[in-house]
Structure formats: C-alpha cells, structure tokens
Design a protein around this ligand. Structure first.
Ligand SMILES: C[S@@+](CC[C@H](N)C(=O)[O-])C[C@H]1O[C@@H](n2cnc3c(N)ncnc32)[C@H](O)[C@@H]1O
Length: 379
C-alpha cells in the first residue's frame, strides 16, 4: 500500500509506515534542516521541500493513505491557543485543500497527528471543524490518544484522527473507554452524534519497553559531556525543595539510578524539575536552549549531570538506528518535533489495517442509529 506524508519533518511517520510494510511515495515539509535529516535516512527523491501552499492536488500521486502531522503551536496548551486560525495550525486547511482537489484519486484513509490540546482548542470547535471537513470529503472518523510511554520510556501522549471509508452497516456497543480512548475522547464522540464516526475495535495497550536506564548511553567519568561544578551548582539552585528532595533520595541510594530534568518557567522564575519515575519528560524542540532535556546519574552519595544526547532522543522516539549526520542541536530540534514510531505503528495496526470497527453514521437513518448507539453506550 502507498502513502503520502505531509508535514513529514524528519520522517518518523514514514519510518512507522515502512515498518508496517507501507511504501511512502510522496513527502512534503518546508524545513530545510529537517529535510537534511530526512534525506540522510530515506533519500530525497519523493520529497517536495516547499511550503504546503505550493503543493497542488495534481502533483500528489495516487495513494491509499495521506498522513498529516500538522503543526501544534496554535492548539497546544503551552501555545497561544489561536487554534485553526493561527499561523501554524491553519496549515490543516492546506492539507484539506489538497485532499479536496484529489477528487477521484483521494486516498482511502487519512491519519492526522497532533497534541492533546487539540481536543479542547476553542472549546472543541477546532476539532469539530476538522472532523466535519473530513466527513465532507467522504471520511468517517475515529480519534485515539496514544502515549509513547507504552513503547518507550517517554511521556508523550498524542491525539490521532483517522479518516476511513464509511461503513454501511453500523454495529454498536464497542465504544468504550480504553487506554487509547480516554473518557474525554469518548465524551467528545458522544457529544457529537451528528458527525460520521467509524470507531475502531482497539486491541489492549500494554507496556512493552526498555527502561530508561537501559536506553541511556554510558559515559566515563572523564568525559567532557558531564557538566562542571559551576553549571551543576546553578542547576541545583534552580530546584525547589521538592525537586532537591527527589535528587537527595536517588543520591542516597546504594546503586546508581537516573533522573531526567527540564527547565521550566514557573511564576516568572526558571525552575529545574526532575523526574525520577523512570520515564523521560516529553521531548520538545530546544529553541533558545530552555527546553533541552538533561540526565542526572546519582547514587552512592554523589550525582552528576549532562545534556541528553541526540542518540537518546532517537531512542526515546523509537528510532534507535536513525542515522544522525547533522549537528547535535539540529538533531534535537528534529526529534523534539517528531512522532514516536511504535505509537504510530500501533495506530496504523489498530485503526487502519484492522477491520474491527463500528460506525456512527450521520445522515437520514444513520443519525437515529447514532443516537441509539449513544443511548446504548450510556445505558
Ligand atoms: C509536528 S512537526 C511533524 C514532525 C514529523 N511527523 C516527524 O516525524 O518529524 C510539523 C512539521 O510541519 C512542518 N511545517 C510547518 N509549516 C509548514 C508549511 N507551511 N508547509 C510545509 N511544512 C510545514 C514543520 O517544518 C514540521 O516539520
């Protein structure tokens, strides 16, 4: 099966698709640096390096699936919440324009990925707009939330919207909460029976992964990667009591363990915050240096700290073998914006390749069907 990958970044959606035996025949992104990383891993022959505005429907080959991991800045809780009208997230409309123009060669499936903030952006109006648009293009939709932590030691919940061919005979009773379909998503579906839904029958989501300690690289004491005393002291000064106590707990332990650290602005102050639960915080794009992730190794009365490496970022995104032949900061930026490969594979397997699904269809009789589905789910 063939796919077109929009907002392809460094190509981790492509990696997931290829792992699931799909062939990616078209990719587009406007970021030159990410293109360099993409090219280093997948070549560049299928890649259109330009603004999505400059892509015509005619120039996209016939494919079975189109993916769009579109920018999150305007829908993210940490962003400006301008939503789909914002400068970045409004690029969804360009994707929709291309799909619309593809007419008879429109792909059978679409897969959108974004942050959880999309669920509540403009009180749900943005998500509804997206779903309504996909419905108008002939897709019945499903929404799942998959956290990377099931596959890798990284907290990274992401919202996936799947557009599928509508199914004629809807079944009911399968829409229930699941680790990948939390109550907020079920509630959203139930509150919108007028949309065309095609709910996938999801397999259980179990934690199957390496530990953070297994995944982290090891460096000798003499390595220049470890921070000097002044920088270390400064980091300590940015920890509040709670985080100093977390640090002391692992320092007192009889064996070495690891914590990850992020700096965040809290009430106008830069704060260093530790995670000692064996899961890295969500990787971000380290623009301005403030959101790089650090690694503390502690135990037997001592601790030391270093920057997390690009190879560790790659492993935390489920792409351990990714060729990294660009400067470290550029790689961190690429991986910080990317998707977690096995999380995307899980969505492809459960929502696209699999057949188990129920439909809540809009339209003449189907609206009544949808309402009766909703009633049966509530009872
Ligand atoms: C969330 S990232 C997608 C990351 C990608 N899934 C990966 O695995 O690397 C969004 C991407 O959209 C791209 N982008 C933003 N605005 C764009 C535009 N107007 N045209 C084309 N690409 C754009 C960015 O360069 C970025 O790589």
């Amino acid at each position: 099966m063939r796919a077109a990958e929009f907002f392809s970044g460094i190509g981790l959606v492509r990696m997931a698709l290829e792992n699931e035996r799909w062939q990616v025949v078209f990719a587009n992104d406007n970021d030159e640096k990410k293109f360099a990383m993409y090219q280093g891993n997948f070549g560049g022959t299928d890649f259109r390096h330009c603004d999505i505005q400059d892509i015509t429907s005619e120039s996209v080959p016939k494919v079975d699936l189109a993916t769009a991991s579109f920018p999150c800045i305007d829908v993210s809780l940490a962003g400006n919440r301008a939503g789909l009208a914002g400068k970045h997230s409004s690029t969804f409309w360009e994707f929709a324009r291309i799909l619309k123009g593809m007419a008879s060669k429109r792909p059978r499936w679409v897969l959108l990925e974004n942050v959880l903030g999309l669920l509540t952006s403009n009180e749900g109006r943005d998500l509804r707009e997206i779903l309504r648009t996909l419905n108008s293009l002939g897709y019945a939709c499903d929404i799942v939330v998959v956290d990377a932590r099931f596959f890798v030691p990284q907290s990274r919940p992401r919202l996936f919207i799947i557009g599928k061919p509508p199914i004629p005979n809807s079944n009911n009773g399968l829409l229930r909460t699941h680790l990948a379909r939390p109550k907020a998503v079920v509630d959203f579906i139930l509150k919108n029976p007028g949309l065309d839904w095609s709910i996938s029958n999801l397999s259980p989501l179990n934690i199957k992964r390496e530990t953070l300690s297994q995944l982290l690289e090891r460096f000798p004491d003499s390595s220049s990667i470890w921070w000097g005393n002044d920088r270390k002291k400064h980091l300590y000064s940015q920890m509040n009591e709670l985080h100093r106590e977390k640090l002391q707990t692992i320092v007192r332990s009889q064996s070495d363990s690891f914590a990850t650290v992020y700096k965040r602005i809290r009430e106008g102050k830069c704060r260093a915050e530790l995670r000692t639960d064996g899961i890295a915080g969500c990787l971000r794009t380290p623009r301005g240096g403030s959101s790089k992730q650090f690694v503390i190794q502690a135990g037997r009365g001592r601790w030391r700290v270093r920057n997390m490496t690009a190879r560790e970022y790659a492993r935390l995104q489920g792409a351990p073998e990714f060729t990294i032949d660009v400067p470290e900061n550029m790689a961190l930026l690429g991986f910080g914006d990317a998707v977690c490969v096995p999380a995307v594979q899980w969505v492809i397997r459960n929502c696209i390749s699999s057949n188990g699904q129920i439909g809540l269809r809009n339209g003449k009789n189907s609206k009544a069907q949808a309402l009766s589905d909703v009633a049966s789910i509530r009872s």
